[in-house]
Design a protein. Sequence first.
Length: 369
Amino acid sequence: MYRSTKAADTAELTDMIYGAAFGDCGWQDFLDRLATTMPNGRSALHYHDLASPASFVPYVSGFTPEAIEQFNSHFAAINPWIPKSVLVPVGRGLSGEDIVARKDLLKSEFYHDWLKRQTDCETTVGVTIVRSPTRTLLISTCTSSTDEDLNQQAADQYTALAPHLKRAFDFLRRRDLMMAEQHEGRTLLDTIGVGVIYVGDNLRIRSMNENAARMTAGGAPFRVTVNGRLLMGEAEASVALGLLAWPIGSATQPQVRIVRTSEGNAFRVTLIRRGSSIFTELLEGPTVAVLIEPASAVAGEQRLDHLKDHYGLTPAEIRIASGIAAGLTLKEMSRANCVSYETIRTQLKSVYAKTRVNSQAALIKLLMR
């Protein structure tokens, strides 16, 4: 997409904020234009966990990959601006000198070895958009400008943009949460014997379907602690779940394991981190879908007979239907089942043909009858 290199004004940037929220453009487009507002501008949307040195920078403009890698791995932890960001008013644009005196910044390793050496910049201008007790989300632009008046004008522009950024992020968060709450397929999952548990931050259970609740009575490959946390019965499955439920920026590759209980029962456990915007994960934390089903082929045949009899679905096609019922995307099911995306699409088309529907919503409603 071609855009002018002329400095963007507040009206253009405001339009782009809502365009990014509604899909007319991307956050990358917005940052590319934001960077033009300052000399040698290098913009970033970044998240920080104030309880740890963790940092996550999902969108940047003007920074090299090496500079961002070094920032995440080392310099975020010694950035003198970050610890004091908790004292900065949310929604108020500020320059770096408003947070840390320049004479103190110039003495820091962060300035000499990263800001100056890696980015050829002298300071930053930014605004805090969202803050929770330990997490903060900011947009900032590093610049070579040391002109206090120019930097203050940029800070005022950030103040003007802040309420629009907040509205856009709130919209994305509400949209993600509404989608996550639309568990119309739970009745189907109960019917075909699949337990589904949604796990959030610190492995706390957010919800589970009826089948998963019945599994807790005994013989399940997991247990629920008194404070509502999910613990898997196998060490490797527990590690995989913990990694998927780790805060934003961590690995999200789905995991599929065959887990055996002390009673000798075998279960197929699928762990998938649900897709949501970084703004949702900032405040709500990640959500991991845990799908649990008996691995016994005989048991599978018995509990899926009604779908085979009524619609002629194969076991692979039933797995597609149950995945859709759990709210998984085709790409998530592709990774979880170790087959290509095109194979999943072909199987879904076959399901549509057999059930005579043409949408995922219609499929779920049909199978729930």
